[in-house]
Design a protein around this ligand. Structure first.
Ligand SMILES: [Zn+2]
Length: 316
């Protein structure tokens, strides 16, 4: 075991107490993702068994960090806020080693099935994408089906809105929060004043929307409703435990700021009713600028523009 000197880099990934029975582990992200860590939350029940929320990526480094933080404690369950690999990737190995159950929202499980079967390519021509940019976007849109199939295979049960995980000594209520993905969930511990928010609400980052496969409803409309849903849980002092960055308070205000951001973006899109998705996207403001977008970030920008156009047309 590494010593606990301040200079020890392993300390960066040590389990940090958040509240009685709740610890946060910063799980290293794979290189090139632009984010240093995702957060796993370890919740110990009254019987001494641990429930892991979002084990993190499927890399050896992530797995070792989590195992070191668990320190041999029995793992009873793994709950995933959503299907993205930086939160869910480590679930299969952890479940195999511990026999823990693996739970996701029922809508997320349905999405995993679609992704595992192979999603259709976006209609880039309809979006007005110039021919020379299409190969790059088709490459980015080709989501590998293997990880989704692997995750789907280890899921032992599904959750739905309002379900309560009645752990010995603690109750966690499932709050369905579609938007970032169609089956994203948050977990509310009302007694402890905690809300595990996954990627639904992060303290400074604006999460992308509609990033979990196709949904019947519009991800922007879903997201705005989901922001309302969690903002209403904050009657003052609720601590948000996000999937990236650090725990924070002021959830209600953060939700308002995120809603305002998306409504501004919708107004920007509404100001260009005639153009193609490509033409409209070029006129919008993007972090790092339009010219900095390529591959996956460009695809994501176009998807979000298309979602906003649909949202605006439904709103009209
Ligand atoms: Zn995510």
């Amino acid at each position: 075991m590494p010593s606990h000197s301040a200079a020890d880099p392993a300390d960066d990934h040590a389990a940090e107490p958040i509240a009685p029975g709740v610890r946060r582990v910063r799980i290293p992200m794979p290189p090139g993702t632009g984010l240093p860590f995702s957060n796993a939350y370890l919740i110990e029940d009254a019987d001494g068994r641990v429930h892991v929320i979002d084990p993190g990526s499927a890399t050896p480094e992530a797995h070792e960090t989590l195992k070191a933080a668990l320190g041999g404690s029995p793992v009873a369950s793994i709950v995933l806020t959503h299907l993205h690999a930086d939160h869910s990737g480590g679930a299969a190995q952890l479940a195999a080693e511990t026999g823990a159950s693996v739970l996701v929202h029922e809508r997320e499980r349905a999405a995993l099935g679609l992704i595992a079967a192979g999603l259709p390519a976006p209609d880039l021509e309809a979006w007005g994408v110039p021919a020379e940019r299409r190969p790059e976007l088709l490459g980015a849109a080709a989501v590998p089906t293997g990880p989704a199939a692997q995750l789907d295979a280890v899921i032992t049960g599904v959750l739905t809105d309002g379900d309560v995980l009645a752990l010995p000594g603690r109750r966690l209520r499932v709050v369905g929060t579609p938007g970032h993905t169609g089956g994203h969930l948050c977990l509310h511990d009302e007694e402890a004043g905690l809300l595990i928010t996954g990627d639904h609400v992060l303290p400074t980052i604006n999460s992308g929307l509609g990033l979990g496969g196709p949904t019947e409803s519009n991800p922007i409309a879903d997201y705005l409703e989901s922001l309302d849903r969690v903002a209403r849980l904050d009657r003052g002092g609720l601590r948000a435990l996000p999937g990236h960055e650090d725990p924070f308070t002021g959830l209600r205000e953060r939700c308002s700021a995120l809603a305002a951001h998306h409504l501004r973006r919708a107004d920007e899109v509404a100001a260009h009713p005639g153009g193609t998705v490509w033409e409209v996207a070029r006129t919008l403001t993007w972090t790092g600028g339009w010219d900095g977008l390529a591959g996956f970030t460009l695809l994501s920008a176009l998807q979000q523009t298309a979602q906003h156009r649909e949202f605006v047309s439904r709103r009209a």
